[in-house]
Design a protein around this ligand. Sequence first.
Ligand code: AMP
Length: 433
Amino acid sequence: MASLKALGGTSDILPEETKRWQTLEQSAHRLFDLYGYQEIRTPLIEEAGVFTRSLGEAAEIVTKQMYLFQDRGGRQVALRPEATASVVRAFIEHGLDKTSGVTRLYYLGPMFRAERPQAGRRRQFHQMGVEVLGSNSPYQDAEVMALLMHLLRDVGVAVARQAGEPGAILQVNNLGCLQDRAKMLEALKSHFTRHQTELCPDCKERLKVNPLRILDCKQEKCRSVAQGSTVPSEWLCAACKKHFENVLQALKALHVSYELNLHLVRGLDYYTKTAFEVIHLSLGAQNALGGGGRYDDLVEALGGTPTPAVGFAVGVERILMVLKAQVETAGNTPVPPRVFVAALGQDSLREGFGILTKLRAAGVSSVTDYEARPLKRQLEQANKLGCGLVLIFGDVERDKRMVTLKDMASGEQTQVPKEQCIEWIQRRLELVP
Ligand code: AMP
């Protein structure tokens, strides 16, 4: 008799691995709590309409990937392919849309999509995510993105600070409101219809149902046709443009690095205005770690009181894949200390030693030169070690109660009050948001 096995695309998580899952989940619970989000647990199975009405009848998740079946009572039911639609259904069902104020929810759990299994693409996989319902504020969009990046850093995923650096990269785009979207779709439809013969079979299909998704196709030919197309930003109304400018400003204020990606569209129809994705190049073809955006019309579309909303979902298996890849790379590459404390002269060394101790206590790997050699020699040492930042502390700085911070890559120097230097460094190194 053939032996019984787990279904393709599903996995057992054995005791040797569960510890890593628990650690991730604990970090998520702690951090979501810190930002004032409360946990919601919705059923894994829902009436199919919850998803078809939210995600769009034509969305690939619905047409190709949803586990859909009739239950014993003849109802059309589905295993949840994502959680936003279920959370919104619960939000309306329990009358939360009738209360004033902002509802901040988070969830953790399995999702189901009947996709062709491959690296990073499972049929049962797990997501952690948040949904904020009731806020229009661009700060809220920025907070949700900052929270996602904070979560990734907390669980140990390296975050890239600038293009070319290894690590997770936050990409953002503005999809505009429904009116903007209608104009944009028309323009895209006529562009892609002109180039129809050059498109892959999937995109020919997308042209009929949602030409926006063609912008997102990974096929080389479709990408080059998409490059020549209009980009969503050309169709934005003044209010949506202003909202996005404020989102970007808030991201800067929160020291969250991002890249604009004008071709970023999300797989689901319900996104409006801000859309974002976090990618990680070590993941290969399936390079998205997570994503999200605003969905200001979804609550109303599902029968609730109009309520603006924004959220994200991140894939647990993909986080674990990145962490594994990081450990493998780190095995071959020594990790340099982040900061070199260059004290100039014995008097400064005493205080420099205090700063070094505080840096280490704050979790910033740091070294110093106890011989307090001339600055030039210390900079050479820092360079040799690969430290990104040098904290210079000499007589001038001591008199002014300041420290000088030198960015070794750009050569740029900044003076910061001594009392604030630990926090400044943590922010600069993106160890805190
Ligand atoms: P989505 O809801 O499609 O935006 O997915 C959010 C995140 O969930 C993705 O960025 C992935 O990390 C993860 N994810 C989505 N689909 C799968 C899948 N089939 N297998 C594993 N992870 C997935």
